[in-house]
Design a protein around this ligand. Sequence first.
Ligand SMILES: [Zn+2]
Length: 241
Amino acid sequence: MLLDLLDYPSYTLTLPSSGKILSYRPFLEMERKVLLMALQAADEKEIRETIKNIIGSCFSLKPTEINETLTLFDIEYMFLHLRAKSIEEIVSLNYTCDNILENDSPCGNIMKVDVNLLDIPVEGLDKNSLIVPLNKDLFVEMRYPTLDNLRLDVDEETDDVTNLIIDCIHMIYSSKETHLKKDLSREDLVTFLGRLTIQQSQKLVDFVENLPTVKKVLTIVCDKCKYSHTITLQGLQSFFL
Ligand SMILES: [Zn+2]
């Protein structure tokens, strides 16, 4: 068989959320084409589906395993490594220097920076406790969101932050009672969140605003005006989208 002649390299990666070691092959020409088409269409749902399919094929994971065991930051980290091993490890990014010069016009110099995709860590895992205390005897246990958690068609009556908080809640408990999210209705949760004090509510907002993500802070000095820029690369879209 012609296709039997093909043989792919195998690599390993440590999953940020669990420390589990997974092996993977690079993505192939046909998979790269599907990815490029999704990126060009710029349809978020299509990009997400494509990334999920490619990760499933390259890491030999079933859709249920992807949905149930991988967090969003796992997927980001896996995809950066997959992209590095499939195409190249170094990505060249361009930034335009927006420093205002003495003549009141922006510098406009194009600065090129090379980033090694294998060198991008997941930040925020250590700071973010999954147990959020609301008072001495009331706690919310959170989960990190998965790819499917991030709703694209959000409930219009609640805002994005509230929706994300609801997606991340796993259970609410005190010494007397435990309520698992799966046993609660969405309405119950919205009502519960609405009746928290502002300080309590802020603790849950802080959780979703500081979710772990692939992140790298770079310092680049413009070679024309010598201004020093601090650039934060965060999330997959900073690297290629
Ligand atoms: Zn400049």
